[in-house]
Design a binder for this molecule. Structure first.
Ligand SMILES: [Zn+2]
Length: 272
C-alpha cells in the first residue's frame, strides 16, 4: 500500500483580509505559556492548498487540459467517491476510526463530513476543523490504498478534535495530532520493511525518527512556520503524543493481521 509522502494535516479555510482589529494604544495582554506557542496571524495558518475550500470551483485552463490531462474533474470526483465508499465498507482501519468517532459523539455522515476535491498537488488530503470535514484530494489520492491512508490519517485529526478540545492554531497541538497520525498509520507501515535485518531496538529508533520526520513535514506543509519552530514543537510534545495510541490501540505493521486485530478488538475499548 502506497502512502503519499506528504499527507497534509489540517487545512484552514483562509480568511480573506481578516486580521484581528486592535484598538489604538491598547497594550497587548500578557501571554500565557499556552498562548506563546500560538500562531497569531490567521494568514500564517496555512498555505493556499485547498482552493475549493474557499468556494471556488477548480477551473482548468485549456492549455492545462491539453498538456497535463486535466479537465477530468468530474470523473476524478466520481472515482474518488467510489474509493471512499469502498474504504468505508471494507477497510478495517477506516471502519475502526468511524466506530471510534461515533462512540466519542462525533458520528461521521459520509455526505456531510468527507469531501473529494481538487487540491494543490503537494497534498493528498486534509482535515478542515472549521467545517469538521475530511478532504480527500481527488487529483492526488487516485487509488484505494492511498484513499485509505488519507482517510485514516485525517480521521485521527478528526478524532483528536472531537475528543480533546484541540486548538489547531496552537503549534504544539498541531504537532501532537500529526505525531499521532504518523505513528498510528504511515510510519508503522514503513517500519516493518526493515524488520528482516534490524534488531528490535533499531526498529524502535527508526520508527520514532520516521514519526518525527513525517510530523515535521506535515506541519511545514500546512503552516508557514520555520523549521526550527516546528521541530521544537515536535520535540516538546513527542514522548506524550507518541505514547498515545487511541483509538487504534496499536501501531499497525505492514502485511500483518494488525489491522484486523485492531478492528476486532475495538469493542473491548468501548468503540463500536
Ligand atoms: Zn496530518
Amino acid at each position: 500500500m502506497v502512502y503519499s509522502a506528504r499527507c497534509s494535516g489540517v487545512p484552514e479555510a483562509k480568511p480573506v483580509n481578516e486580521k484581528p482589529l486592535k484598538a489604538k494604544g491598547e497594550s497587548p495582554p500578557l501571554k500565557s505559556e499556552h498562548e506563546k506557542n500560538e500562531i497569531s496571524d490567521p494568514v500564517d495558518w496555512g498555505y493556499d492548498l485547498y482552493p475549493e475550500r474557499r468556494g471556488e470551483k477548480y477551473k482548468p485552463s485549456w492549455t492545462k487540459m491539453i498538456f497535463h490531462g486535466e479537465g477530468r474533474e468530474n470523473l476524478d470526483k466520481l472515482r474518488c467517491e467510489e474509493n471512499v465508499y469502498n474504504c468505508v465498507k471494507n477497510s478495517p482501519l477506516v471502519k475502526l476510526m468511524l466506530g471510534a468517532l461515533k462512540s466519542s459523539g462525533c458520528a461521521v455522515d459520509l455526505r456531510r463530513h468527507i469531501a473529494c476535491e481538487v487540491c494543490d498537488p503537494s497534498v493528498s488530503g486534509g482535515y478542515d476543523p472549521l467545517l469538521n470535514q475530511v478532504v480527500v484530494c481527488q487529483n492526488v489520492a487516485r487509488n484505494k490504498g492511498v484513499v485509505q491512508g488519507v482517510l485514516t490519517h485525517e480521521m485521527i485529526h478528526m478524532f483528536d478534535y472531537c475528543r480533546n478540545t484541540l486548538d489547531f492554531k496552537n503549534v504544539d497541538h498541531l504537532a501532537c495530532t500529526e505525531i499521532r497520525a504518523a505513528n498510528l498509520t504511515h510510519c508503522s507501515f514503513l517500519s516493518a520493511w526493515h524488520q528482516g535485518d534490524a534488531s528490535p531496538f533499531r526498529i524502535q529508533q527508526q520508527h520514532q525518527e520516521c514519526v518525527k520526520t513525517k510530523a515535521l513535514q506535515s506541519i511545514l506543509t500546512v503552516r508557514s512556520v520555520t523549521e526550527e519552530v516546528a521541530r521544537a514543537a515536535v520535540d516538546r510534545v513527542f514522548s506524550r503524543c507518541y505514547a498515545d495510541l487511541e483509538p487504534i490501540g496499536r501501531r499497525i505493521r505492514r502485511n500483518s493481521p494488525d489491522m484486523h486485530k485492531a478492528y476486532l478488538e475495538a469493542p473491548l475499548y468501548g468503540y463500536d
